[in-house]
Design a protein around this ligand. Structure first.
Ligand SMILES: [Zn+2]
Length: 190
């Protein structure tokens, strides 16, 4: 009983430490997307998930696939830090559009234009983004919910993850590639 009490206390303090960070990230992602993330869970490989509604199995499998691709290409580039599924949190938001300007299936999130104001991306104060980094430490990003074309989800996960891996493994290259408004896109790692 005593042993169990101590273990529980340690676990509880770890949990509350994590909870503060989670609340901060949830506040930020709610501000960016205007959504409420009522569901929380994990992918089969252990990625932390917060979503507006229960995500489909195909969505979760695509997220795992994106991270597998990301970790493989990161290792090829000699980046070995933070390559664990459980290190990452993915928020799945409502799509603000499901079609791009040429009519293709493209679930995206509308976010404030910020540094993209006046560029080709600018839609009048906001831009449509397939994904967006929410926090670098702990690591999280948001993607839009998809109901098909799950390869696009895997790709977005891999691409947003590139920014996080670079941040923790190669700060100079991170700085050079973080801002797409000055040109350059994904994939960054080959
Ligand atoms: Zn990017």
């Amino acid at each position: 009983m005593i042993k169990r009490g101590i273990l529980t206390a340690i676990f509880a303090s770890l949990l509350s430490f994590g909870a503060i960070e989670t609340v901060a990230q949830l506040g930020r992602v709610q501000q960016v997307t205007g959504d409420r993330f009522a569901f929380s869970g994990r992918t089969p490989n252990g990625v932390n998930i917060y979503s507006v509604r229960r995500p489909s199995g195909a969505m979760l499998a695509a997220i795992d696939r994106g991270f597998s691709d990301l970790f493989a290409v990161s290792r090829r580039n000699g980046y070995n830090r933070r390559l664990n599924f459980a290190d990452y949190t993915v928020f799945i938001a409502n799509a603000d559009r499901t079609q791009n300007s040429s009519g293709g299936y493209s679930p995206d999130i509308a976010v404030g234009a910020a540094q993209y104001a006046g560029t080709d991306y600018d839609q009048g104060g906001y831009v449509y983004a397939a994904g967006m980094v929410i926090s670098y430490n702990p690591m999280s990003f948001v993607v839009a919910e998809h109901t098909r074309d799950f390869n696009r989800v895997a790709e977005v996960v891999r691409f947003e993850g590139e920014h996080l891996v670079l941040y923790h493994n190669d700060r100079r290259r991170y700085q050079q590639t973080a801002d797409h408004s000055r040109g350059g896109g994904h994939p960054i790692l080959h």
